[in-house]
Ligand binder design. Structure first.
Ligand SMILES: *Cc1c(COP(=O)(O)O)cnc(C)c1O
Length: 230
């Protein structure tokens, strides 16, 4: 079952890349494994997946020691500042930097550990009340601060698009995120590159790829439906 799911997702990614004139190698598939036990992650691993996304620190840290060391763990959910130090050396990329208090804390804790941490700024493109993330207009004024970090490098932007029935409805959201990343890139701020655009989930990753996604986060499309409430 998971094998067929992965094959379908892979075929869709290739199709979307082809439609957009992009190379398949420009897009990283992140298998969002939240709520799935280590054994299920192991199945995906054995099918060749190496990038996994988790939204809760405790859950990720619980599974990580049970699984192969070459897995690249992506933290994609809201991160509380008091959990920063336990996770920064366990993840390859923090997708969900949604406040300056959080980015300051990551830089500070990374300096204490003597490591470099890569992160993305989460953007609430559609301005939804219920969502974490910076509003689009907040981004450019932040650059002055971000460029001063010594141990946190900002690599790009991430968004969680609204729940919609038709993926096409999110095309404008993805396009806006890409435009924002171009605006930021033009500022040439130290410490800030814009090579990563993390956008697109099971319902809309094809549209996201057509609009420039370099990372797509696919959960149910690979692992199947999660239990209600998880
Ligand atoms: C759960 C989750 C996903 C994956 O969602 P699916 O619809 O199952 O693909 C992607 N991104 C974030 C931030 C998530 O929390």
């Amino acid at each position: 079952m998971m094998k067929e799911n992965l094959e379908l997702v892979e075929a869709n990614i290739r199709e979307a890349c082809a439609a957009a004139g992009r190379d398949r190698s420009e897009v990283t598939l992140i298998a969002v494994s939240k709520t799935n036990p280590a054994e299920r992650i192991r199945v995906a691993y054995d099918l060749g997946v190496r990038d996994f996304g988790e939204n809760k620190v405790k859950e990720m840290l619980g599974k990580e020691p049970q699984l192969p060391e070459d897995i690249r763990w992506h933290l994609i959910g809201h991160l509380q500042t008091n959990k920063v130090k336990s996770v920064i050396d366990k993840t390859v990329l923090i997708h969900s930097i949604d406040s300056i208090k959080l980015s300051d804390t990551i830089d500070f804790e990374a300096r204490k550990k003597g490591i470099q941490v890569d992160g993305l700024l989460e953007v609430n493109v559609a301005g939804e009340e219920s969502k974490f993330g910076f509003l689009p207009e907040e981004l450019l004024p932040l650059l002055e601060r971000l460029r001063q970090y010594r141990n946190l490098k900002i690599r790009g932007l991430m968004t969680v698009a609204p729940m919609v029935d038709d993926a096409e409805q999110n095309r404008a959201v993805f396009r806006r995120l890409r435009e924002l990343s171009i605006d930021i890139k033009l500022k040439n701020a130290d410490n800030v590159t814009m090579n990563v655009l993390s956008m697109g989930m099971t319902g809309d990753y094809r549209v996201a790829i057509e609009e420039g996604a370099t990372m797509v986060r696919v959960g149910t499309g690979i692992f199947g439906m999660r239990q209600i409430g998880e």
